[in-house]
Design a protein around this ligand. Structure first.
Ligand code: UT7
Length: 321
Protein backbone atom coordinates (compact mmCIF):
# COMPACT_ATOMS: atom_id res chain seq x y z
CA UNK A 1 0.00 0.00 0.00
CA UNK A 2 1.20 3.48 -0.87
CA UNK A 3 0.42 6.79 0.84
CA UNK A 4 -1.67 8.97 -1.47
CA UNK A 5 -2.91 12.53 -1.00
CA UNK A 6 -6.68 12.66 -1.57
CA UNK A 7 -7.62 16.08 -0.17
CA UNK A 8 -5.90 19.42 0.34
CA UNK A 9 -6.76 22.64 2.15
CA UNK A 10 -5.23 25.92 3.26
CA UNK A 11 -5.89 28.99 5.32
CA UNK A 12 -4.29 32.45 5.24
CA UNK A 13 -4.78 35.34 7.66
CA UNK A 14 -7.10 38.09 6.43
CA UNK A 15 -4.50 40.87 6.73
CA UNK A 16 -2.33 41.19 3.61
CA UNK A 17 0.83 43.21 4.19
CA UNK A 18 2.56 44.34 1.00
CA UNK A 19 6.20 45.41 0.80
CA UNK A 20 5.26 49.09 1.03
CA UNK A 21 3.62 48.39 4.39
CA UNK A 22 6.86 46.79 5.65
CA UNK A 23 8.78 49.85 4.45
CA UNK A 24 6.81 51.80 7.09
CA UNK A 25 8.26 49.51 9.78
CA UNK A 26 11.92 49.02 8.73
CA UNK A 27 14.40 50.64 6.33
CA UNK A 28 13.53 48.64 3.21
CA UNK A 29 11.76 49.01 -0.14
CA UNK A 30 9.46 47.08 -2.44
CA UNK A 31 12.27 47.08 -5.00
CA UNK A 32 14.83 45.44 -2.66
CA UNK A 33 12.46 42.80 -1.34
CA UNK A 34 10.91 41.82 -4.67
CA UNK A 35 14.20 41.78 -6.59
CA UNK A 36 16.14 39.78 -4.00
CA UNK A 37 13.37 37.36 -3.02
CA UNK A 38 10.34 37.47 -5.34
CA UNK A 39 8.13 38.37 -2.37
CA UNK A 40 5.61 41.20 -2.86
CA UNK A 41 3.21 40.56 0.02
CA UNK A 42 2.54 38.16 2.88
CA UNK A 43 -0.44 37.48 5.14
CA UNK A 44 0.06 38.26 8.81
CA UNK A 45 -2.06 37.03 11.70
CA UNK A 46 -3.97 39.57 13.75
CA UNK A 47 -6.87 37.51 15.05
CA UNK A 48 -5.79 34.15 13.61
CA UNK A 49 -3.68 31.63 15.53
CA UNK A 50 -1.66 28.59 14.55
CA UNK A 51 -4.57 26.52 15.85
CA UNK A 52 -7.35 28.41 14.04
CA UNK A 53 -5.52 28.32 10.69
CA UNK A 54 -4.61 24.63 11.15
CA UNK A 55 -8.24 23.73 11.88
CA UNK A 56 -9.52 25.73 8.88
CA UNK A 57 -7.02 24.10 6.52
CA UNK A 58 -7.81 20.65 7.96
CA UNK A 59 -11.58 21.12 7.52
CA UNK A 60 -11.06 22.16 3.89
CA UNK A 61 -8.89 19.09 3.18
CA UNK A 62 -11.43 16.75 4.82
CA UNK A 63 -14.33 18.36 2.94
CA UNK A 64 -12.53 18.03 -0.39
CA UNK A 65 -11.99 14.34 0.22
CA UNK A 66 -15.50 13.92 1.69
CA UNK A 67 -13.88 12.36 4.75
CA UNK A 68 -15.11 12.46 8.37
CA UNK A 69 -12.82 13.89 11.05
CA UNK A 70 -13.66 10.99 13.37
CA UNK A 71 -12.25 8.54 10.80
CA UNK A 72 -8.79 10.17 10.87
CA UNK A 73 -6.30 7.72 12.42
CA UNK A 74 -3.13 9.84 12.53
CA UNK A 75 -2.97 13.64 12.89
CA UNK A 76 0.40 15.34 12.55
CA UNK A 77 1.06 19.06 12.68
CA UNK A 78 4.42 20.34 11.46
CA UNK A 79 5.13 23.66 13.15
CA UNK A 80 7.76 25.69 14.96
CA UNK A 81 5.24 28.27 16.15
CA UNK A 82 2.51 26.44 18.05
CA UNK A 83 0.35 28.67 20.23
CA UNK A 84 1.46 26.71 23.32
CA UNK A 85 4.55 24.73 24.28
CA UNK A 86 2.22 21.99 25.44
CA UNK A 87 -0.17 20.48 24.52
CA UNK A 88 0.82 19.96 20.92
CA UNK A 89 -0.98 21.90 18.20
CA UNK A 90 -2.08 18.49 16.87
CA UNK A 91 -3.95 17.70 20.12
CA UNK A 92 -5.63 21.11 20.03
CA UNK A 93 -6.64 20.58 16.38
CA UNK A 94 -7.93 17.13 17.32
CA UNK A 95 -10.40 18.71 19.73
CA UNK A 96 -11.27 21.59 17.39
CA UNK A 97 -12.22 19.42 14.40
CA UNK A 98 -13.44 16.35 16.32
CA UNK A 99 -10.76 13.90 15.13
CA UNK A 100 -11.29 12.03 18.38
CA UNK A 101 -9.94 8.67 17.20
CA UNK A 102 -6.59 9.94 15.90
CA UNK A 103 -3.11 9.65 17.38
CA UNK A 104 -2.01 13.29 17.41
CA UNK A 105 1.45 14.87 17.70
CA UNK A 106 3.63 17.68 16.33
CA UNK A 107 6.85 17.60 14.34
CA UNK A 108 9.49 20.33 14.61
CA UNK A 109 11.56 20.34 11.42
CA UNK A 110 11.04 23.98 10.35
CA UNK A 111 10.53 24.40 6.60
CA UNK A 112 11.02 20.66 5.98
CA UNK A 113 8.33 19.79 8.54
CA UNK A 114 5.59 18.89 6.07
CA UNK A 115 7.92 16.49 4.23
CA UNK A 116 8.99 14.91 7.51
CA UNK A 117 5.30 14.45 8.41
CA UNK A 118 4.67 12.83 5.02
CA UNK A 119 7.65 10.53 5.62
CA UNK A 120 6.28 9.43 9.01
CA UNK A 121 2.77 8.97 7.61
CA UNK A 122 4.10 6.88 4.75
CA UNK A 123 5.94 4.56 7.15
CA UNK A 124 2.80 4.03 9.25
CA UNK A 125 0.59 3.50 6.19
CA UNK A 126 3.00 1.12 4.43
CA UNK A 127 3.38 -0.93 7.59
CA UNK A 128 -0.40 -1.18 7.90
CA UNK A 129 -0.44 0.47 11.35
CA UNK A 130 -2.78 3.22 10.13
CA UNK A 131 -4.87 3.55 6.98
CA UNK A 132 -4.86 7.35 6.80
CA UNK A 133 -3.23 10.50 8.13
CA UNK A 134 -4.19 14.17 8.24
CA UNK A 135 -1.03 16.24 7.81
CA UNK A 136 -0.89 19.95 8.55
CA UNK A 137 1.89 22.52 8.17
CA UNK A 138 1.09 25.68 10.10
CA UNK A 139 2.99 28.77 11.24
CA UNK A 140 2.49 32.13 12.88
CA UNK A 141 6.03 33.32 12.21
CA UNK A 142 5.03 36.95 12.77
CA UNK A 143 5.22 36.29 16.50
CA UNK A 144 8.88 35.13 16.42
CA UNK A 145 10.45 37.45 13.83
CA UNK A 146 12.35 40.50 15.03
CA UNK A 147 10.32 43.39 13.59
CA UNK A 148 13.40 45.65 13.80
CA UNK A 149 15.60 43.29 11.69
CA UNK A 150 15.05 44.06 8.00
CA UNK A 151 17.20 41.07 7.04
CA UNK A 152 14.56 38.62 8.28
CA UNK A 153 11.18 40.28 8.99
CA UNK A 154 10.49 40.99 5.31
CA UNK A 155 10.78 37.32 4.35
CA UNK A 156 8.20 35.51 6.43
CA UNK A 157 4.42 35.10 6.44
CA UNK A 158 1.72 33.23 8.36
CA UNK A 159 -0.65 30.50 7.22
CA UNK A 160 -1.52 26.81 7.24
CA UNK A 161 -1.92 24.03 4.70
CA UNK A 162 -3.26 20.50 5.08
CA UNK A 163 -3.27 17.22 3.17
CA UNK A 164 -5.29 14.09 3.83
CA UNK A 165 -3.32 10.96 2.99
CA UNK A 166 -4.79 7.47 2.65
CA UNK A 167 -3.56 3.98 1.80
CA UNK A 168 -3.86 3.35 -1.93
CA UNK A 169 -2.91 0.56 -4.28
CA UNK A 170 -2.08 2.96 -7.09
CA UNK A 171 -0.33 6.32 -7.36
CA UNK A 172 0.85 8.07 -4.22
CA UNK A 173 4.36 8.40 -2.88
CA UNK A 174 6.93 6.74 -5.10
CA UNK A 175 10.20 7.70 -3.37
CA UNK A 176 11.70 10.05 -0.82
CA UNK A 177 15.09 11.37 0.23
CA UNK A 178 15.35 13.30 3.48
CA UNK A 179 18.16 14.43 5.74
CA UNK A 180 19.18 16.41 8.80
CA UNK A 181 22.47 17.91 9.94
CA UNK A 182 22.80 19.60 13.31
CA UNK A 183 26.37 20.73 12.50
CA UNK A 184 25.21 24.14 11.31
CA UNK A 185 22.06 24.61 13.38
CA UNK A 186 23.22 28.13 14.28
CA UNK A 187 22.72 29.56 10.77
CA UNK A 188 18.97 29.65 11.43
CA UNK A 189 17.47 29.45 14.90
CA UNK A 190 15.00 30.91 17.34
CA UNK A 191 15.76 30.81 21.06
CA UNK A 192 13.01 30.18 23.56
CA UNK A 193 11.17 33.00 25.26
CA UNK A 194 12.85 34.89 28.14
CA UNK A 195 12.22 33.30 31.53
CA UNK A 196 12.94 34.98 34.86
CA UNK A 197 14.24 31.80 36.47
CA UNK A 198 15.91 32.60 39.85
CA UNK A 199 18.28 29.63 39.41
CA UNK A 200 19.89 30.96 36.25
CA UNK A 201 21.74 34.07 35.14
CA UNK A 202 19.58 36.88 33.89
CA UNK A 203 19.76 38.51 30.50
CA UNK A 204 19.78 35.41 28.30
CA UNK A 205 17.68 34.62 25.25
CA UNK A 206 15.91 37.13 23.09
CA UNK A 207 13.35 34.76 21.62
CA UNK A 208 13.59 36.06 18.04
CA UNK A 209 14.40 34.26 14.83
CA UNK A 210 18.01 34.79 13.68
CA UNK A 211 19.41 33.85 10.30
CA UNK A 212 22.63 33.95 8.32
CA UNK A 213 20.80 34.40 5.00
CA UNK A 214 23.76 33.77 2.71
CA UNK A 215 24.72 30.52 4.47
CA UNK A 216 21.14 29.28 4.21
CA UNK A 217 21.04 30.32 0.55
CA UNK A 218 24.24 28.38 -0.25
CA UNK A 219 23.00 25.34 1.66
CA UNK A 220 19.69 25.41 -0.24
CA UNK A 221 21.09 25.66 -3.76
CA UNK A 222 23.56 22.85 -3.03
CA UNK A 223 21.31 20.45 -1.12
CA UNK A 224 17.90 20.79 -2.80
CA UNK A 225 18.98 19.63 -6.30
CA UNK A 226 20.94 16.78 -4.69
CA UNK A 227 18.03 15.42 -2.68
CA UNK A 228 15.64 15.83 -5.62
CA UNK A 229 18.05 13.84 -7.81
CA UNK A 230 18.32 11.14 -5.11
CA UNK A 231 14.54 10.85 -4.82
CA UNK A 232 14.17 10.74 -8.62
CA UNK A 233 16.81 8.02 -8.87
CA UNK A 234 14.99 5.94 -6.24
CA UNK A 235 11.76 6.37 -8.25
CA UNK A 236 13.57 5.44 -11.47
CA UNK A 237 12.58 8.74 -13.07
CA UNK A 238 14.37 11.61 -14.79
CA UNK A 239 13.62 15.32 -14.22
CA UNK A 240 12.02 15.50 -17.71
CA UNK A 241 9.41 12.94 -16.60
CA UNK A 242 8.16 15.23 -13.82
CA UNK A 243 5.14 17.49 -14.44
CA UNK A 244 5.59 19.89 -11.52
CA UNK A 245 8.31 20.72 -9.01
CA UNK A 246 6.72 22.16 -5.89
CA UNK A 247 9.47 23.67 -3.75
CA UNK A 248 9.57 25.42 -0.40
CA UNK A 249 8.80 29.09 -1.07
CA UNK A 250 11.76 30.86 0.52
CA UNK A 251 13.29 32.79 -2.34
CA UNK A 252 12.61 32.97 -6.07
CA UNK A 253 16.36 33.02 -6.76
CA UNK A 254 16.81 29.70 -4.91
CA UNK A 255 14.08 28.10 -7.03
CA UNK A 256 15.59 29.50 -10.25
CA UNK A 257 19.01 28.10 -9.26
CA UNK A 258 17.50 24.66 -8.53
CA UNK A 259 15.63 24.65 -11.87
CA UNK A 260 18.85 25.51 -13.69
CA UNK A 261 20.82 22.76 -11.94
CA UNK A 262 18.17 20.20 -12.84
CA UNK A 263 18.08 21.51 -16.42
CA UNK A 264 14.37 22.28 -16.18
CA UNK A 265 12.28 25.30 -17.21
CA UNK A 266 11.23 27.71 -14.45
CA UNK A 267 7.56 27.35 -15.55
CA UNK A 268 7.54 23.86 -14.06
CA UNK A 269 8.24 25.35 -10.63
CA UNK A 270 4.99 27.07 -9.55
CA UNK A 271 5.44 29.79 -6.94
CA UNK A 272 3.26 31.70 -4.50
CA UNK A 273 5.90 33.48 -2.43
CA UNK A 274 4.92 36.73 -4.17
CA UNK A 275 1.67 36.67 -2.16
CA UNK A 276 2.51 34.47 0.83
CA UNK A 277 6.21 35.01 1.62
CA UNK A 278 8.02 32.18 3.38
CA UNK A 279 5.57 30.34 5.65
CA UNK A 280 8.06 27.64 6.74
CA UNK A 281 6.26 24.32 7.40
CA UNK A 282 3.06 25.71 5.85
CA UNK A 283 4.70 26.66 2.57
CA UNK A 284 4.49 23.32 0.70
CA UNK A 285 0.94 22.32 1.73
CA UNK A 286 -0.42 25.84 1.04
CA UNK A 287 1.02 25.86 -2.49
CA UNK A 288 -0.12 22.27 -3.07
CA UNK A 289 -3.67 23.15 -1.99
CA UNK A 290 -3.76 26.31 -4.12
CA UNK A 291 -2.62 24.37 -7.20
CA UNK A 292 -5.22 21.71 -6.46
CA UNK A 293 -7.91 24.40 -6.09
CA UNK A 294 -6.94 25.87 -9.48
CA UNK A 295 -7.13 22.45 -11.16
CA UNK A 296 -3.40 22.34 -11.89
CA UNK A 297 -2.95 18.84 -10.44
CA UNK A 298 -4.28 16.08 -12.70
CA UNK A 299 -4.59 12.43 -11.80
CA UNK A 300 -1.44 10.61 -12.91
CA UNK A 301 0.74 13.75 -12.79
CA UNK A 302 4.19 13.15 -11.41
CA UNK A 303 5.11 15.73 -8.82
CA UNK A 304 8.26 16.48 -6.83
CA UNK A 305 7.93 18.18 -3.44
CA UNK A 306 11.07 19.56 -1.82
CA UNK A 307 11.88 21.64 1.24
CA UNK A 308 14.82 22.82 3.33
CA UNK A 309 15.33 24.84 6.46
CA UNK A 310 16.42 25.17 10.07
CA UNK A 311 18.09 22.19 11.68
CA UNK A 312 19.47 22.02 9.13
CA UNK A 313 16.82 19.82 7.55
CA UNK A 314 15.90 18.98 3.98
CA UNK A 315 13.93 16.55 1.90
CA UNK A 316 12.34 15.69 -1.42
CA UNK A 317 9.70 13.22 -2.48
CA UNK A 318 8.29 12.04 -5.79
CA UNK A 319 4.61 11.24 -5.98
CA UNK A 320 1.97 10.37 -8.50
CA UNK A 321 -1.18 12.48 -8.06
O1 UT7 B 1 13.10 28.90 4.85
C1 UT7 B 1 14.50 28.86 4.78
C2 UT7 B 1 15.00 30.07 5.39
N1 UT7 B 1 15.60 31.13 4.71
C3 UT7 B 1 16.06 31.25 3.46
O2 UT7 B 1 15.92 30.45 2.59
C4 UT7 B 1 16.80 32.51 3.17
C5 UT7 B 1 17.97 32.29 2.26
N2 UT7 B 1 18.65 33.53 2.03
C6 UT7 B 1 18.15 34.53 1.26
O3 UT7 B 1 17.06 34.39 0.73
C7 UT7 B 1 18.95 35.77 1.07
O4 UT7 B 1 20.24 35.61 1.62
C8 UT7 B 1 18.30 37.04 1.69
C9 UT7 B 1 17.07 37.42 0.89
C10 UT7 B 1 17.93 36.80 3.13
C11 UT7 B 1 19.27 38.22 1.63
O5 UT7 B 1 19.67 38.47 0.29
P1 UT7 B 1 21.20 38.68 -0.06
O6 UT7 B 1 21.25 38.91 -1.51
O7 UT7 B 1 21.96 37.52 0.51
O8 UT7 B 1 21.51 40.03 0.69
P2 UT7 B 1 22.57 40.33 1.86
O9 UT7 B 1 22.16 39.70 3.13
O10 UT7 B 1 23.94 40.04 1.33
O11 UT7 B 1 22.44 41.90 2.01
C12 UT7 B 1 22.80 42.80 0.96
C13 UT7 B 1 22.54 44.21 1.42
C14 UT7 B 1 23.16 44.54 2.78
O12 UT7 B 1 23.59 45.87 2.73
P3 UT7 B 1 25.15 46.23 2.49
O13 UT7 B 1 25.88 45.57 3.60
O14 UT7 B 1 25.48 45.64 1.13
O15 UT7 B 1 25.15 47.70 2.53
C15 UT7 B 1 22.00 44.42 3.73
O16 UT7 B 1 22.14 45.24 4.89
O17 UT7 B 1 21.14 44.42 1.57
C16 UT7 B 1 20.87 44.95 2.88
N3 UT7 B 1 19.56 44.47 3.29
C17 UT7 B 1 18.43 45.11 2.99
N4 UT7 B 1 18.19 46.26 2.32
C18 UT7 B 1 16.90 46.66 2.18
C19 UT7 B 1 19.26 43.32 3.98
N5 UT7 B 1 17.93 43.23 4.13
C20 UT7 B 1 17.39 44.32 3.52
C21 UT7 B 1 16.08 44.78 3.34
N6 UT7 B 1 15.88 45.94 2.66
N7 UT7 B 1 15.00 44.10 3.79
Amino acid sequence: MRARIIGTGYSLPAFRADNDYLATLVDTSDEWISERTGIRARHLAREETTLSMSADAARMALAKADFKAEDVELLIVATITGDMDTPSTACQVQKEIGAKNALAFDINAACSGFLYALHVAEAFIESGTYRNALLIGAETLSKVVDWTDRGTCVLFGDGAGAALVTASESGGLLAQSLGSSGEKWDVLFCEGRPNENPLREKGQKCGYLKMDGQEVFKFAVRTVPQCIEEALEKAGLKPEEIDLFILHQANKRIIQAVAKRLGMAEEEFPMNMDECGNTSAASLPILLAQLDERGRLRRGDRIVLSGFGAGLTWGACVLEW
